[in-house]
Design a binder for this molecule. Structure first.
Ligand code: HEC
Ligand code: HEC
Ligand code: HEC
Ligand code: HEC
Ligand code: HEC
Length: 412
């Protein structure tokens, strides 16, 4: 289980970040949270989420419930979206399969995963303490399997928190006590990137490779053109407040972030001519590095095909875009990710030796490149009682790739 140690090193969540993020504003930096927002963020995410405690007496069973399906009875749109999101699948077989053994061998490590993957106190089987702690009296195993549930982001002490009502929404009539779940407390912090940072950014004292935190999405965003234009994570990942959180696993989302162009010196060539082709990928709509994590890999491939569509030997060239690390996370092998606003260029040059040749260029995204290798290694070294789940996770991670660009150009 050595390779999971990296998460632990970086684990101190970002809470320090929230407390420590300086009120800069020195030219080009995004505006910092207001003192009220800062205060909210610290209370909301400033440590492990405490148990919700006793609900107000007048709450009906459905208002007491922390289960997403029960929220969904009154918030069907958010529930339907969330179910399709990776937040709603964050206790999938890859995580759950590792936890089976880890809960026995290293309960503290297992708990640390839950901070990001199933953050409510009610989702942990044990309460921390001496000698492995004790059984958690409010543990709900079914709730744990549902991952980052609504209440993880919206409920503290059975009180609802949310963004301010939409502009133009009719005022809520009557006292809060008369509303379902006693209404809610609005905070504009829900609209800010800092709201997401707790799980998408390691603290400055967390695990780094080559001077960069392993998870650095919030800091990458802070230095991006998007941040300077006041576009927060939510503006791209929750458009119109939808709870979809599409990212590197979604072809349309990835395509929306980049502009890909293929240019050749001439449109037609004769045998004997030299082909010069240039592929550029411009990151125009990604609010952080493309991709932001060490786990995905994007492969750009150029090759020649002959008149019958067969690959011309030795014509293949490939480049990888990603932050390449070995499984033991001992070093950074390469970092070829595209910074926000930046571009990647690949030049391809070949002498064309016969008629009927065409050029094929593809850009393929492997969102789970690291995990596929990691799960393989885990199975080889022995995943114990989690083996069946890890097998399932391996299958999923091998199948998640897709092409975002493919062009065939007839040349000769
Ligand atoms: C019995 C129905 C009901 C249930 C169950 C319910 N809600 Fe609500 N909720 C409401 C109503 C009604 C409002 C007020 C909507 C409005 O007019 O803005 C509301 C408002 C909210 C808001 C504020 C929306 C905003 O505009 O910012 C949030 C967040 C919220 N609920 C979250 C939850 C969560 C999370 C759960 C489950 C743990 C839940 N609710 C369960 C009925 C319900
Ligand atoms: C600081 C927050 C954080 C912590 C703590 C954390 N993760 Fe994650 N994890 C993420 C994020 C964000 C992703 C999605 C990005 C990615 O693929 O790297 C993720 C993805 C994963 C995935 C791949 C997706 C999947 O569901 O199969 C696995 C497996 C995983 N984490 C396991 C763990 C384990 C095991 C631990 C504890 C040792 C852990 N994580 C701790 C944030 C965290
Ligand atoms: C990862 C955190 C997170 C989770 C999980 C989450 N939400 Fe939200 N929710 C937000 C944020 C952030 C906003 C505000 C987005 C914005 O305004 O751009 C929001 C907004 C809302 C609103 C106001 C919508 C509107 O149109 O005004 C409701 C209601 C709500 N969420 C309910 C839910 C329910 C129900 C679930 C579970 C099915 C859920 N949320 C899960 C973070 C979350
Ligand atoms: C409680 C921790 C937590 C919070 C808060 C949180 N996330 Fe996540 N997020 C995760 C984890 C863990 C995953 C990976 C889930 C998996 O695949 O197992 C994830 C996945 C994602 C993905 C999908 C990545 C992909 O691989 O395609 C996006 C996009 C995302 N989060 C954006 C956000 C945004 C925007 C916010 C703030 C509104 C936010 N997250 C808040 C923990 C969190
Ligand atoms: C300007 C739009 C934009 C903003 C702002 C933005 N993102 Fe993204 N994000 C994207 C696009 C497009 C993708 C898909 C391409 C990719 O994976 O980089 C993406 C991908 C992701 C992924 C997938 C994992 C990966 O390795 O790429 C995560 C997680 C994520 N974003 C989280 C966040 C968080 C957290 C914030 C705020 C700190 C944020 N994003 C801000 C556009 C944005």
């Amino acid at each position: 289980m050595k390779a999971t140690a990296w998460w632990l090193l970086g684990m101190s969540l970002v809470l320090a970040l929230l407390a420590g993020s300086p009120a800069r504003g020195d030219g080009g930096e995004p505006k910092s949270p207001s003192p009220a927002e800062q205060d909210f963020l610290e209370r909301h995410w400033g440590g492990p989420i405490p148990p919700q405690g006793e609900p107000p007496e007048r709450f009906s069973p459905i208002e007491r419930s922390l289960r997403p399906a029960d929220c969904g009875a009154c918030h069907p749109v958010q529930f339907a979206d969330w179910q399709t999101s990776l937040h709603g699948k964050s206790m999938g077989p890859g995580v759950a399969g590792q936890l089976v053994e880890m809960l026995q061998s290293d309960p503290a490590a297992a708990r640390s995963c839950l901070h990001c993957h199933a953050p409510l106190a009610e989702q942990a089987a044990r309460v921390p303490g001496a000698g492995g702690g004790r059984a958690n009296p409010v543990f709900d195993a079914d709730l744990r399997s549902q991952g980052i549930v609504c209440a993880g982001c919206h409920v503290r002490g059975h009180q609802r928190f949310g963004p301010p009502r939409r502009a133009g929404a009719p005022p809520i009539a009557g006292p809060r006590e008369a509303l379902p779940h006693n209404g809610f407390t609005p905070s504009s912090a829900f609209l800010r990137s800092e709201f997401c940072a707790g799980c998408h950014q390691f603290t400055p004292d967390g695990f780094t490779l080559n001077g960069k935190p392993l998870e650095n999405t919030f800091e990458e965003w802070r230095a991006s053109p998007a941040a300077r234009r006041g576009r927060h994570c939510q503006d791209c990942h929750m458009p119109d407040r939808r709870h979809l959180w599409r990212g590197i696993h979604d072809p349309e989302m990835v395509k929306s972030g980049v502009r890909i162009r293929l240019v050749t010196g001439q449109t037609r060539y004769r045998p004997g001519n030299r082909l010069r082709a240039t592929l550029t990928i411009a990151s125009t709509g990604v609010g952080h590095y493309f991709p932001t994590y060490v786990t995905p890999r994007v492969v750009v491939r150029a090759e020649l095909l002959d008149g019958s569509g067969r690959l011309v030997p030795e014509s293949v060239e490939e480049r990888a875009i990603g932050r390449d690390v070995p499984l033991d996370l001992s070093r950074e092998i390469a970092d070829t990710r595209i910074p926000p606003g930046g571009r990647f260029t690949m030049k391809y040059s070949r002498r064309l030796d016969r008629p009927g040749l065409s050029l094929r260029v593809t850009v393929t995204v492997f969102p789970d490149h690291f995990y596929a290798r990691f799960f393989e290694a885990l199975l080889t070294s022995g995943a114990g009682q989690g083996a069946a789940q890890i097998e399932a996770a391996l299958e999923l991670s091998r199948r998640s790739f897709f092409a975002i660009f493919r062009r065939d150009l007839a040349l000769t």
